[in-house]
Design a protein around this ligand. Structure first.
Ligand code: GLU
Length: 436
């Protein structure tokens, strides 16, 4: 959902990565990181990553010798695990042989993690498990044929992934090779003047080439400094969509749309799909993040929605949905007024607080007031690890990604998806919707 840049075959790989990341900054992000394959044969991977703005990363790499011709860079918009140094990308396997950067969501990461047995994971992300799986697949291949192969390992692993992703890998034992995979998350590849590139978005490459190829869903590519081979999910040769970039940098940031708001309107279907990912299993709605005791949900007799601005409008739709599906009375309150009157709250009251950023001060104050009165609080927010997410008993994340346009578009649509999910979930628990 945020930014990826990869390069192979340039002495100044570090500079290319950092400049590429700064070209992707307009998208918004919460942390940034890079990995470089140390020059010359089988080498270590050097990872540097920091929560916060790119400046944090720049200060950390400054003065460090980070040679290498091949590497990956990432800006993260957290979907699994708070924004922190340890959750920032790249992630590696325990031996530090494989590094991966990822945009999107691996829907089945919990079952994949479980399939690996007892191991230490260094992050809370859905991504880290992919590095472990690829490293294992690589070693299995090495045991059978005497030599590992990153492309084969990635093909093996992506066959097991559910979700939306663009993934880029390097391996310490495969100098000057990037392997990338795409499913429902943009990824372009390019080759120019003896250098191979990959990126999530055109601005990252616009200084280096005008000719790029967009991978289609299910495609995997192996990129070296002088060639790019693209395959389908079964490893058969495949064709990406090659085209010339005719935009200048300002247009490229908007992917050719006249303004960010228009671009974000066009991103709505993807944002809705991402928010719905993993929410339904065997005909039942599953909201894993809603950690409130199911009995408590069953005993609710009143719901307040607290929100401001656009989120308040999502709250009005929440009232319709919850009263209709779950049959629980709902009041919608402007968050800034909530604490100045005397709402009647008890432990059987649920307060649903909606805030895109999770930092809306009036909504946070309303949540504080509700908690003082022993009410349960569920949050709907787009920002993992935000103050609202931390203060609530339960949280449902919308996965709209960052929004640059001032008027809410995809973040609002995904809030509506969020409130409908909560309404259906409550109906399911209370058996209001389906007969026994
Ligand atoms: N799901 C991954 C994470 O939370 C990637 C997020 C992104 O697209 O930046 O770390």
């Amino acid at each position: 959902m945020c930014g990826i840049i990869g390069v192979t075959g340039r002495q100044d790989a570090l500079r290319v990565l950092l400049e590429g990341l700064s070209r992707l900054e307009y998208r918004g992000y919460d942390s940034a990181g890079i990995v470089l394959q140390q020059a010359g044969g089988s080498g270590d991977l050097r990872v540097v990553k920091r929560a916060g703005k790119l400046g944090q990363l720049l200060r950390t790499v400054e003065g460090q010798p980070l040679p290498g011709r091949t590497g990956l860079g990432h800006t993260r918009w957290a979907t699994h695990g708070a924004p922190s140094d340890r959750n920032a990308h790249p992630h590696t396997d325990p031996a530090g042989k494989v590094a991966v950067v990822h945009n999107g969501i691996i829907e089945n990461y919990q079952s994949l993690r479980a399939s690996l047995g007892e191991r230490t994971f260094l992050s809370d992300t859905d991504t880290e498990v992919v590095a472990h799986l690829v490293a294992d697949a690589y070693e299995r291949h090495r045991a059978v044929s005497g030599q590992g192969d990153l492309l084969t390992a990635v093909l093996d692993v992506v066959a097991r992934l559910d979700g939306a992703y663009s993934l880029c890998f390097i391996h310490a034992d495969e100098p000057d090779v990037l392997v990338v995979a795409r499913e429902e998350s943009p990824l372009i590849v390019a080759q120019a003047d003896g250098v191979g590139y990959c990126a999530s978005d055109i601005p990252a490459l616009i200084d280096h080439t005008q000719r790029v190829a967009a991978l289609h869903d299910g495609q995997v590519a192996r990129i070296t400094p002088d060639r790019i081979d693209v395959f389908d999910h079964a490893g058969r040769p495949a064709q990406p969509h090659a085209y010339d970039i005719t935009w200048d940098i300002a247009a490229a940031e908007k992917l050719g749309y006249r303004h960010f708001m228009l671009k974000e309107i066009h991103e709505q279907p993807q944002a809705v799909a991402d928010t719905l990912l993993n929410r339904q299993r065997e005909g039942e709605i599953v909201l894993d993040e809603l950690r409130v005791d199911l009995d408590e949900f069953a005993r609710l007799d009143k719901i307040f929605i607290v929100a401001c601005g656009t989120s308040l409008h999502a709250g009005m739709l929440a009232k319709l949905a919850i009263e209709h599906w779950a049959g629980i009375p709902v009041e919608v309150e402007v968050a800034s007024e909530f604490r100045y009157r005397d709402p009647i709250l008890s432990e059987h009251t649920l307060v649903v607080a909606i805030s895109q950023s999770g930092e809306t001060i009036d909504t946070l104050a309303a949540v504080g007031h509700a908690r003082d009165q022993r009410a349960k609080v569920a949050a709907i927010t787009n920002v993992v690890g935000s103050s609202l997410a931390r203060q609530a008993d339960a949280v449902l994340y919308t996965h709209a990604g960052p929004e640059i346009g001032v008027a809410a578009t995809k973040t609002f649509v995904t809030q509506i998806v969020g409130v409908e999910l909560i309404a259906l979930y409550l109906a399911q628990i209370r058996r209001a919707l389906w007969p026994d």
